[in-house]
Design a protein around this ligand. Structure first.
Ligand code: GLP
Length: 244
C-alpha cells in the first residue's frame, strides 16, 4: 500500500486527478469505478479542467459508480445519478452509453444488483476504483458488519451514515434508509484502488482502515489485503497514522 500525504485538499485532488489521467492516457478505454461525496469533488474539477484545457478525453472510458440510494428518482437532486451528471459527466466527452450507475428506482433492486455485477464482468472488470471513506469506516455503502459482502447488494444504511448524509437533504427524514452498493468483493476485484480522504474528521477511520485489524466492523480495513492500493490524504486525514 502506498500512502501519500499532501498539504491540502487541493493538492490531494490534483494528485488524484493526475493518477486518473495517467491511467486513461495509458489505456484510453479504461474502466473506472467512481465515488460520490464531497471528497472527490476537487478531483472531478481537476479532471474537467484537464479535459477542457489539456484535451484529456473520456470518449472511450467506461465508468461504474459505487452506489446509489434506493427509492429516489434517477434525476432527484440528491440521487448519485444526479450528482455524477451535475458534477462530472456533463462537463466531459464521455459516451453516455458507457456510464453505469446502479438504478435505485427499480421494481427489483435484487435483480439490479445481479445485473450490475454482470455488466462489470462484461466490461472486463475495473482498472481503477476510486474510493472515499465514511467516518465509520464504510467504503462505497458497505457499512460495518459481521462479514465482508462479496458482490453488489442492498444495504440498510447505518444511523450514523444517514445523519452524515442529511446535510445534502432538506431534513434527516428525507435521507433514504436503503441503498445499492458494490460489495467489498467487487472492490477487491478491481485491478487498482485509490482511496482519498481529507480532514481530521476522517483521521480515525483512516487510521483503523490502514493500520488497524482487518475486520468487517471497519469495512475499509479490507483494503490492506489488496496488492495495488494508493492512498492520498491531506494532513488532517493522515494525522493519526504512524508513518515511517
Ligand atoms: C457516502 C458514499 C461513500 C463516500 C462517503 C464519504 O456515504 N456512499 O462512497 O465515500 O459518503 O463521503 P464524503 O466524501 O462526503 O465524506
Amino acid at each position: 500500500m502506498k500512502i501519500k500525504v499532501t498539504n491540502s485538499y487541493s493538492e490531494m485532488s490534483s494528485v488524484a486527478a493526475s493518477k486518473v489521467a495517467k491511467i486513461i492516457e495509458e489505456k484510453p478505454n479504461a474502466v473506472l469505478g467512481l465515488p460520490t461525496g464531497n471528497t472527490p469533488l476537487g478531483m472531478y474539477h481537476e479532471l474537467i479542467a484537464m479535459h477542457q484545457k489539456a484535451n484529456l478525453s473520456f470518449e472511450k472510458v467506461t465508468t461504474f459508480n459505487l452506489d446509489e440510494y434506493i427509492g429516489l428518482e434517477r434525476d432527484h437532486i440528491n440521487s448519485y445519478n444526479y450528482f455524477m451528471f451535475h458534477n462530472f459527466f456533463k462537463h466531459i466527452d464521455i459516451d453516455k452509453a458507457n456510464i453505469n450507475i446502479p438504478n435505485g428506482n427499480t421494481e427489483d433492486p435484487k435483480e439490479e444488483c445481479a445485473e450490475y455485477e454482470k455488466k462489470i464482468a462484461k466490461a472486463g472488470g475495473i482498472d481503477l476504483i476510486i474510493l472515499g471513506i465514511g467516518v465509520n469506516g464504510h467504503i462505497a455503502f458497505n457499512e460495518p458488519s459481521d462479514h465482508f459482502p462479496a458482490s453488489t447488494h442492498i444495504v440498510t444504511l447505518d444511523q450514523s451514515t444517514v445523519q452524515a448524509n442529511a446535510r445534502f437533504f432538506m431534513s434527516v427524514d428525507e435521507v433514504p434508509r436503503f441503498a445499492i452498493t458494490m460489495g467489498i468483493g467487487s472492490i477487491m476485484h478491481c485491478r487498482k484502488i485509490m482511496l482519498l480522504a481529507n480532514g481530521e474528521a476522517k483521521a480515525q477511520a483512516v487510521k483503523e482502515a490502514l493500520q488497524g485489524p482487518i475486520t468487517p466492523a471497519l469495512p475499509g480495513s479490507a483494503l490492506q489485503l489488496h496488492k495495488d492500493v494508493t492512498v492520498i490524504l491531506d494532513t488532517g486525514a493522515a494525522s493519526r497514522l504512524t508513518l515511517t
